[in-house]
Design a protein around this ligand. Structure first.
Ligand code: CA
Length: 520
């Protein structure tokens, strides 16, 4: 599909623009593909016109229209956000649903990883004590106790990888009964069930907050910690305002005692050989550039199809980066119901943005544009390639848990940290993150593998990037080769045989909840 020479890359034969591959960009007067001469300097990752275009002509990339020209553009000129107009988004009421024929794919058998199997049947890739919090008020105390646990308790529980306080900004001062409050509430509830926490639930509450801990545990029996003298050994919720605590020291002792019981159980977890069908991988991109859709995301898409063929679960997300390519996705829905669910998520987000008097042009970021992405249509076309070619078997809303194996669209904002938080709630046990501009993003709860879209970044950030897909642009590797490398790397990291760069360096981002409901 890809035509490459040393200077530019054209993805689809119908494209009338190509991407500059050359490191440092192209100087004015450079002869490229088809004998075209550049009329000006064009930076690396940016688009060059392969034909002469009149004002109002369509600009085509990935074989799709990414906009119309605002002015006449000479062949060999720079095409960017200043001379291309954003087209209207595809109408949601006339999309083809589940129209693509589902062809049988060859199952991929024999691939395994060493994971931690949980009582609920899920499989973890790390062994972590996750301490849920019901409100931001307790975050400082939890941070303090987490440090104490790391120094005083963890050395005795060598099978446990880490302890993480699941701090957030929610819990009080919010319209807790507003319909949209279901999103942050179910997110917190479901994160606690992430496979890497081994089904051990431990909640630190304040006492007077709007988000009562019982809400986070509504469908499971729970014991509340009530008295330090006769502490219930099975209590999983501790409120700092509990009358029995005389001062901070006793609160800390209470939390340490509760943590110790969970650590004892977690420490008995052992890795066992699990089929690759137990992988639950979240795909995400952040800090994209024009290479993302040519190198990293197609390689990720290839790995997506491998995981699906192996019987595993993959989710892709980021509504605002899917919206403009939705016409390419609804035909891939496994049935009309799933197709309609996709459209419902798009429509919900259209409304959400319009209520805030924003529109989809708020994406891409200035860095995306500097990286050569002119608008959200171009970004979306390059982004959805992460979903590979598999049928879409299910759609879940923000903060919901995954229900089916195969490829699911998990609706989330495109914001890296919010998408990551929601994919954690959906139950991912590993995340793949592609980046072109570069971000040191990582999560403490699950391994995050970072794939660079260009080798300039891959080399400059040699110790932060896990896999360089930029070799596809330079012709040093194919999409299939990098896709297989990523698949095998996922199995190694899921097994604990190899560490993700973010874990090796200890760089981990905060949880950030999506709260579409009012704050009071
Ligand atoms: Ca993102």
């Amino acid at each position: 599909m890809t035509q490459t020479n040393s200077r530019v890359i054209r993805v689809h034969p119908n494209d009338n623009v190509a991407i500059v591959v050359e490191q440092g960009g192209l100087a004015e007067g450079t002869i490229i593909e088809g004998g075209i001469t550049t009329t000006m300097a064009i930076p690396q990752g940016h688009k060059v016109a392969l034909v002469k275009m009149a004002e109002g002509d369509q600009v085509v990339r990935y074989g799709e229209v990414i906009g119309t020209t605002l002015v006449a553009i000479a062949s060999g000129s720079h095409v960017n956000e200043t001379n291309v107009q954003l087209p209207t988004a595809p109408a949601l009421d006339e999309l083809p649903l589940a129209t693509r024929e589902i062809t049988a794919v060859e199952p991929l058998e024999g691939y395994t990883f060493e994971g931690f199997r949980n009582p609920d049947g899920s499989v973890g890739t790390k062994n972590v004590l996750g301490i849920t919090t019901s409100v931001q008020c307790v975050a400082g105390t939890v941070d303090y106790v987490v440090q104490r646990i790391k120094h005083e308790l963890l050395p005795r529980f060598s099978n446990v990888d880490d302890v993480v306080g699941l701090n957030h900004s929610y819990g009080c001062g919010v319209a807790i009964n507003a319909p949209a409050a279901i999103v942050p509430i179910r997110t917190l509830k479901n994160i606690a069930l992430n496979p890497n926490f081994g089904n051990e639930i431990m909640i630190i509450a304040l006492g007077c907050e709007k988000l009562q801990p019982s809400t986070l545990l509504s469908d499971r029996p729970v014991r509340i910690y009530e008295n330090t003298q006769a502490a219930d050994p099975e209590a999983n919720v501790l409120s700092l305002q509990d009358d029995s605590f005389q001062g901070f020291g006793e609160m800390v002792e209470g939390i340490l005692a509760m943590a110790e019981r969970h650590l004892e159980r977690l420490n008995r977890r052992q890795r066992e050989t699990c089929p690759a069908s137990e992988l639950v991988v979240g795909m995400q991109c952040g800090g994209s550039d024009a290479f993302s859709g040519v190198t990293a995301n197609p390689a990720v898409g290839f790995a997506t199809d491998l995981i699906v063929r192996a019987g595993g679960s993959v989710m892709f997300s980021e509504v605002t980066e899917v919206r403009d390519a939705i016409h390419l996705l609804t035909p891939r829905a496994i049935d009309e119901q799933v197709g309609r669910a996709l459209i419902e998520q798009m429509a919900w987000y259209d409304d959400y943005l319009s209520q805030g008097q924003a529109d989809r042009s708020a994406n891409p970021s200035p860095g995306n544009k500097k990286g050569g992405l002119s608008n959200v249509v171009e970004k979306a076309l390059g982004s959805v390639i992460k979903s590979g070619n598999s049928p879409i078997v299910d759609v879940i809303g923000p903060g919901e848990r995954l229900r089916r194996k195969g490829l699911t669209f998990a609706a989330t904002p495109a914001s890296d940290f919010i998408c990551g938080t929601l994919q954690l709630a959906a139950g991912m046990n590993l995340q793949v993150f592609t980046t072109g501009r570069g971000t040191p993003y990582g999560l403490a709860m699950v391994p995050v593998l970072k794939v660079s879209s260009n080798s300039t970044l891959g080399k400059r950030w040699h110790d932060i990037i896990d896999l360089d897909a930029g070799r596809i642009a330079t012709g040093d590797a194919s999409i299939e080769e990098v896709g297989w490398e990523l698949f095998l790397l996922i199995l190694d990291v899921a097994s604990g045989r190899q560490q993700a760069a973010a874990d090796r360096l200890g760089i981990h981002n905060d949880l950030v909840l999506f709260n579409p409901a009012p704050v009071t």
